[in-house]
Ligand binder design. Structure first.
Ligand code: CP
Ligand code: NVA
Length: 309
């Protein structure tokens, strides 16, 4: 294969136009599905796509499986353990071999460095299904969800209360592409890493960091949180102690705009990062958010494989 594969590794790597085109296509695909008009659009017919998980997943696994099927392609679902990813042979050799069998690779692995290595040696597009550093597919779905409820995300304020993690990093990248104001409250010890803050500054992101959740949420259009312990985090008790004041409860949510929405990538722990009355309340958009993984990722796949829209 001579052309460079079109990877989807980080939102940061893409132009605003590319991101916007994928989001628009994701919305169109959702509308088509709602109308029951999927049967006449099979842009990936005959393609084979590997979906590899080194870590657990419900949403990413099912939404890619269903999405790939709906686009007409065949899924090869593989666990990292089955192929002893990174142990039985080098990541580079794994990439070279997989590229001879499949047309694209979607992978979840903790090491972002290894993801980049895989992408470097792959001759087919590689899609990031979450690393310790970022979760770009999630934030594509988040924007789709925000926009279907509240219109364009441009110029809007998104608040984050909790741990600084992979989902937040992808939101920082997205904020640069779509001119979002991002107000982030974390404990000092769990602040965003310097590299991410420097990236935000270099890319003119309106990123406002605080340790006070009230300050972050005041006047926001959307409030987001995520689990206090992400995959690969070992220090559970330490994190719980630090993050307890960052729970999104009704009192915190009330500081946002009256019509603000609540999002969470899930899985959620009610009573920890979010109070049940918020996640199960009228402002919560979490089930649409989970569904929208499907539509957003189908658009990413069509883009990556240069398939017709
Ligand atoms: N939000 C998300 O990526 O969920 P899974 O870990 O279940 O895939
Ligand atoms: N931040 C979470 C997201 C899970 C989808 C994690 O990395 O575990």
């Amino acid at each position: 294969m001579s052309d460079k594969p079109k990877h989807f590794l980080d939102i940061a790597d893409h132009s605003t136009a590319e991101i916007e085109a994928m989001l628009a296509h994701g919305k169109a695909l959702k509308a088509r599905r709602v109308k029951g008009q999927l049967g006449d659009y099979l842009p990936l017919l005959g393609k084979k796509i590997a979906v590899v998980f080194q870590q657990p997943s419900l949403r990413t696994r099912m939404s890619f499986d269903v999405g790939i099927n709906e686009l007409g392609a065949h899924v090869l679902m593989v666990s990292g353990d089955e192929i002893e990813l990174g142990h039985r042979e080098s990541i580079a050799d794994t990439a070279r071999v997989m590229s001879r069998y499949v047309d694209a690779i979607m992978i979840r692995m903790l090491s972002h460095h290894e993801l980049l290595e895989l992408a470097h040696y792959a001759e087919v597009p590689v899609i990031n299904g979450l690393t310790k550093k970022s979760h770009p597919c999630q934030v594509m779905a988040d924007v789709l969800t925000f926009e279907e409820r509240k219109g364009s995300v441009r110029g809007r304020t998104i608040a984050w209360s909790g741990d600084s993690n992979n989902v937040l990093a992808s939101w920082v990248h997205m904020a640069a592409k779509l001119d979002v104001t991002l107000k982030v409250a974390t404990p000092e010890q769990l602040s965003p890493p310097k590299a991410l803050v420097d990236w935000a500054a270099a890319n003119k992101v309106d990123l406002r960091l605080t340790h006070d959740p009230d300050e972050a949420v005041d006047g926001a259009d959307c409030v987001i949180t995520d689990s206090w312990v992400s995959m690969g985090d070992g220090d559970k008790e330490y994190r719980h102690n630090l993050l307890r004041p960052y729970q999104v409860d009704q009192k915190l949510m009330a500081r946002a705009k009256k019509d603000a929405i609540f999002m969470h990538c899930l899985p959620a722990k009610r009573g920890e990062e979010v109070a049940p009355e918020v996640i199960d309340g009228p402002q919560s958009a979490v089930w649409d958010e989970a569904e929208n993984r499907l539509h957003a990722q189908k658009a990413v796949l069509v883009w990556a494989l240069n398939a017709p829209k």
